[in-house]
Design a binder for this molecule. Structure first.
Ligand code: FAD
Length: 410
């Protein structure tokens, strides 16, 4: 593609913003337009369930870049307007406000939206979902000391919300359909550890429960469970996953299958349209299958590849599965597979300072590290190399993991 080209980015979130910045960093001289339907310039979502629920100052500091950056870097940032339609045959998009914009390459980075629970609808404004800055600001206002809060869903975001609410002195209960917390993200040992930690902070954790009815009574939210329990709340927060925002892609005739399907070069079924971030179902080189993931690192890395390929460089995407969560003073880092055939614990769960190594066929395929900030990189390198691991060496806290990682073949 020549520098005289025109790239349009749909969605001003993490993937969109990363792609725009990458284009300028690699010296792309064509025009770049980025359309965002939110009123804000691009901002970071992870703080929304953590610091931003605890302080207004943290909520004010979520933006990736100063406003002036977009003008200085000649990014035509259009906020508060949505892309209503893509016309691939004509290489143009149509904005909700009516204008058409032509493109040579288009990047769809429309992210995901929270999955809504129909059973909670009768609770009206007592129910909160968390995706946007507005959602986070509204939830923080509701998490007043002594407020009775029910969090539906004990995934990573649900537990972060529970931790923030408990820190704000709310009375918190977490309801989870699965038999354990964070079941999709960590091993059973780490689930047990997290449950105990939350209980130690006064949070009630109910796993294996199902909501049978939700309604308002005397201004309070009432949630009835299938086992007959009845809970009362002032605030109900649902954290039950997200679904990709694919409508404009589907209407444009692109292949969509629980996410916009892209190849390892981030191309959709139309070679001039790319997609990146939470919205994609991508070719996982590691797992040799199509997969979808909603992680910060993935959105950045895939968007960098998309920008480079759109600008004419040769690049392909290989995901590095890594995700983190902050709950109270716990920092949890998850690398690779979260649950192997064998688990080796290094350190102490009682002291909230350990690594749960995951082994499959004698190889290290994943690790969950709790409060081990200095070991993040060596652990990631050892997992990426899938070393044949000696369990006694891994379990020994005296083993120098940095040295072990440094000895890996380059
Ligand atoms: P998004 O950030 O959702 O951005 C997409 C943007 O496109 C949105 O602004 C959307 O409104 C806009 N858009 C949609 N349709 C249109 C349209 N038609 N026209 C114009 N604009 C449109 N990940 C981690 O790894 N660790 C964490 O601790 C963590 N914490 C999180 C906490 C919360 C509360 C949330 C919500 C997510 C968290 N994540 C975390 C996930 C991470 O934030 C996402 O993976 C990341 O934001 C994905 O970026 P994205 O650009 O693909 O999507």
């Amino acid at each position: 593609m020549s520098d005289a080209g025109r790239i349009v980015i749909v969605g001003a979130g993490l993937a969109g913003d990363t792609a725009a910045a990458t284009l300028r960093e690699i010296g792309y001289g064509g025009s770049v337009a980025m359309i965002g339907d939110e009123p804000h310039r691009p901002y970071d979502r992870p703080p929304l369930s953590k610091g931003a629920l605890l302080s207004a100052e943290a909520a004010a500091n979520v933006f990736f870049r100063p406003e002036s950056w977009y003008e200085t870097n000649n990014i035509d940032l259009r906020l508060g307007d949505a892309v209503a339609r893509i016309t691939p045959a004509g290489h143009f998009i149509t904005l909700r406000s009516g204008a058409d914009l032509s493109y040579d390459k288009l990047l769809i980075a429309t992210g995901a939206r929270p999955r809504r629970l129909g059973i909670l609808e009768p609770l009206g404004s007592r129910v909160f979902y968390l995706r946007t800055l507005e959602d986070s600001v509204a939830l923080r206002a509701a998490l007043t000391p002594s407020a009775r809060v029910i969090v539906v869903g004990a995934g990573v975001i649900g537990l972060e919300i529970a931790a923030s609410a408990a820190t704000n002195s709310c009375e918190v209960a977490v309801l989870e359909l699965a038999g354990r917390v964070m079941a999709r993200s960590v091993s059973p040992t780490v689930s047990r550890f997290a449950e105990e930690y939350h209980r130690g902070r006064g949070v009630r954790i109910l796993c294996g429960v199902q909501i049978s009815r939700a309604y308002l009574e005397g201004g309070h939210a009432i949630i009835e469970l299938a086992d007959g329990q009845r809970l009362q709340a002032d605030v109900v927060v649902a954290g039950v996953g997200a679904e990709p925002v694919t409508e404009i892609a589907r209407n444009a005739g692109l292949v969509v299958d629980d996410g916009i399907v892209v190849d390892r070069y981030t191309r959709t079924s139309d070679p001039d349209i790319h997609a990146a971030g939470d919205v994609t179902r991508f070719e996982s080189i590691r797992r040799e299958c199509l997969t979808r993931t909603e992680h910060w690192r993935h959105a950045i890395d895939q968007a960098i590849v998309a920008a480079r390929v759109m600008a004419g460089q040769e690049e392909s995407y290989r995901e590095k599965p890594w995700v983190w969560s902050d709950q109270y003073e716990l920092n949890i880092q998850i690398t690779g597979e979260c649950s192997g055939e064998t688990e080796i614990i290094r350190g102490s769960t009682a002291a909230a300072s350990f690594v749960a190594f995951q082994l499959r066929g004698g190889r290290l395929v994943g690790a969950i590290a709790v409060n081990q900030p200095r070991l993040k990189k060596p652990i990631a390198d050892l997992v990426a190399a899938e070393i044949v691991a000696d369990p006694t060496i891994l379990a020994d806290s005296a083993t120098d993991l940095k040295k072990l990682a440094a000895a890996l073949p380059k």
